[in-house]
Design a protein around this ligand. Structure first.
Ligand code: DX5
Ligand code: ZN
Length: 219
């Protein structure tokens, strides 16, 4: 599996968003993780279409859009038009997941399902073959800067094993509390797409990206 860093712009300076994104891209980041929160599925509100459209004009990165929202189905086409390349929906709020995943693909995006830390991998049993990526939350979604939940390491390992047993090579993305000092643990467990918010945009962005990419073998 190819490792990629996906810096989460939730931790960027929103008053200088274009500049922060430029720094991350110039340091070599090929993905950008964009968190959309609705104030229902998670307590926070974050950003929406105008912001995604604005940064799409300035960035060539793969837009990895993480929807932390109830009922994403009516908005799928609009996210494609705004510039999303990968669209992630949460299994906890999608009762018709096959239909949702099909709609994401029909709109030309890669399809990803996210699971909260306490949601069982069995939620993927009958959908895994249809996915381009699985996002394992390693904190409870809603806020940046939280602490990595240790039990998630075994879950990553179990998911990679489940994929291998089915002969599938699907990206496993991890999101929440990933820092330079624990990223090797999630890589070893089988994750290959690494979201980092505060650990990238807090402090020296170029240096943080470079340091992550060295560990990921991207640099
Ligand atoms: C949390 C978001 C994350 C967040 C990660 O609900 O989904 O993408 O930005 O932030 P850090 O890396 O600071 O935990
Ligand atoms: Zn996220």
């Amino acid at each position: 599996m190819i490792n990629k860093l996906s810096p989460s712009i939730l931790a960027a300076d929103f008053a200088a968003l274009g500049e922060d994104i430029r720094k991350a891209e110039e340091a070599g980041a090929e993905y950008l993780h964009i968190d959309v929160m609705d104030g229902h599925f998670v307590p926070s509100l974050s950003l929406g279409f105008p912001v995604i459209e604005a940064i799409r004009k300035k960035s060539v990165a793969v837009f990895d859009v993480h929807l932390m929202m109830d009922n994403p189905d009516p908005y799928i086409k609009a996210f494609a038009e705004a510039g999303a390349d990968i669209l992630t929906v949460h299994a906890e709020v999608c009762p018709h997941l096959n239909r949702t995943i099909a709609a994401i693909k029909e709109n030309g995006m890669k399809a990803c399902v996210a699971l909260n830390p306490s949601t069982s991998l069995s939620a993927l049993d009958y959908i895994l073959e249809d996915l381009d990526m699985v996002l394992l939350m390693t904190v409870n979604p809603g806020f940046g800067g939280q602490k990595y939940i240790e039990s998630c390491t075994a879950k990553i390992r179990d998911l990679r094993k489940m994929m291998e047993e089915r002969g599938l090579e699907i990206d496993i993305e991890v999101d929440g509390g990933i820092k330079l000092n624990n990223v090797q643990t999630v890589l070893d467990a089988g994750a290959n797409i690494i979201v980092a918010g505060s650990a990238v945009f807090g402090g020296d962005i170029e240096k943080n990206v470079t340091d992550f990419m060295k560990i990921l073998g991207e640099a």
